[in-house]
Design a protein around this ligand. Structure first.
Ligand SMILES: [Cu+2]
Length: 452
């Protein structure tokens, strides 16, 4: 379940012929001529001309990113141009076992497959609309000609159902960008029509990164026992996801000790910014969607706020083995569907109420007097097609978080990057019940409570 599928149809280096390189250069020169009109600055022209480069290849020119729970969009090389094909369509998506919904996405995925390319590449992206409604695709954060920007009505006609549009531009930047529908935005993004667009530098810069993960954040309103995300919701989201999965369905980020880790995080939620917190580490914020942050300006953090419509990239060296929580710090964002908008029962003593109600409603039980934590564990029945309010079973106990939560798993040794299971805490490094002898030695009075 946690295996990371990677679709890569990269051609081998030998398939790039001199003819293709020359053809590519020729097209780029045409591109440069087109932008050298009155509105293009000399700088723009210079950067386009300087980007006449053959298509860069994975493994040789860059290390591909890892997409937990996701895939990458396949491409092929035609005349030196990287050709992609996005298909906007209805997608039956599973957020976690127990909850499926009818979403809108791309190429059978929610969110769409990650587009991965390299600075200087020329890309041609076909977009076929198999939805019942018009759509467009906006390339969010990319520097490109205005008519390629994908804003319905403003920069192009909408792509009608059944039509295929063609976008083409040269990548003149590096970093983590996104793509999303820019037609009936509220509906189409709420239904899932977003994706990440990663652009590697032409020449690797800075310390070599060993594990380069991408995560797209999103929020949804899906009422229990319904199958359609509600795009009209503007406040009360009940499903929070990383790469469109809610914990416990989020795949862990598996890393070997000592490896340098990068996590690129994008947020195209409707209304909420997400402060993403990593346990056990200090990381540096190395990029925004505006590009690289110079090393001397990078800021140490343990929580990075990823606002709506933005990406943030963090890096750290994984020097501390363990199972480290990595999650949104908004507490309602680590809950699943059933944990929101219910009456406040904290501290309520139901007295004989349960017994009396059970005469009318067999099996009734007043719940929530001590919070939500114990509710998940008791395995209460939930409505059809819904998730319980909180997480899943961990190594030591129940994990009382769900939603926008995953685990960074750092190990001394790894046979593969598949889920290595739970961390074995070395002796003496696990919080446990305090010993009576230690309490006595340190003069800690716990009142009448018994302690083992
Ligand atoms: Cu959040």
């Amino acid at each position: 379940m946690t295996r990371t599928p990677i679709e890569e149809t990269a051609p081998t280096a030998s398939t790039v012929t001199r003819r293709e390189v020359l053809a590519s250069s020729g097209q780029l020169l045409v591109g440069a001529a087109l932008v050298s009109g009155s509105t293009a600055s000399a700088q723009t022209v210079a950067s386009v001309v300087s980007s006449q480069l053959p298509a860069a290849l994975p493994g040789r020119d860059y290390s591909p990113v890892i997409v937990p729970n996701g895939v990458k969009l396949p491409w092929k090389l035609v005349g030196g141009v990287k050709v992609f094909h996005l298909i906007a369509e209805e997608v039956e998506h599973e957020f976690a076992p127990g909850l499926r919904a009818s979403c809108w996405g791309y190429n059978g995925r929610v969110h769409g497959p990650v587009i991965e390319a390299v600075e200087g590449d020329q890309v041609r992206i076909y977009v076929t609309n198999k939805l019942p409604a018009p759509t467009t695709v906006h390339w969010h954060g990319l520097l490109l000609p205005n008519g390629m920007d994908g804003v319905g009505g403003l920069t192009q006609k909408a792509i009608l159902p059944g039509e295929t549009f063609q976008y083409e531009f040269t990548l003149r930047q590096t970093g983590t960008c996104m793509y999303h529908s820019h037609h009936d935005e509220m509906t189409q993004m709420a239904l899932g029509m977003t994706g990440l667009f990663v652009i590697h530098p032409r020449k690797p810069r800075g310390p070599k990164v060993d594990r380069d993960f991408v995560l797209m954040l999103h929020e949804w309103r899906i009422d229990p026992d319904t199958r359609r995300p509600d795009p009209n919701e503007m406040v009360d989201f009940n499903l929070l996801t990383m790469n469109a999965k809610a914990f416990p369905a989020t795949a862990p980020l598996v890393v070997k000790k000592g490896e340098r880790v990068r996590v690129r995080i994008g947020n195209l939620s409707a209304m909420d910014h997400h402060p993403i917190h990593l346990h056990g580490y200090q990381f540096k914020v190395t990029e925004t969607d505006g590009g690289e942050i110079p090393a001397q300006a990078q800021w140490p953090e343990t929580t990075v706020l990823v606002s709506v419509g933005a990406t943030r990239t963090i890096e750290f060296v994984a020097d501390a083995p363990g199972d480290w929580a990595f999650h949104c710090h908004m507490t309602h964002h680590v809950m699943n569907q059933m944990g929101h908008g219910i009456p406040n029962m904290i501290g309520v003593d139901p007295g004989a109420l349960d017994e009396r109600v059970r005469k009318l409603l067999p099996g009734y039980m007043t719940m929530g007097q001590n919070g939500m934590g114990d509710m998940a564990e008791m395995g209460m029945r939930v409505p059809a097609n819904s998730l319980p309010m909180v997480g899943g079973r961990g190594k030591h106990d129940y994990i009382t978080m769900g939603g926008m939560f995953t685990i960074l798993k750092v190990r001394d040794r790894l046979a593969s990057y598949d889920d290595p299971g739970w961390y074995e805490n070395p002796p003496g490094s696990l919080a446990t019940l305090a010993r009576a002898t230690d309490l006595a030695r340190d003069g800690i009075d716990v009142g009448g409570d018994r302690q083992g």
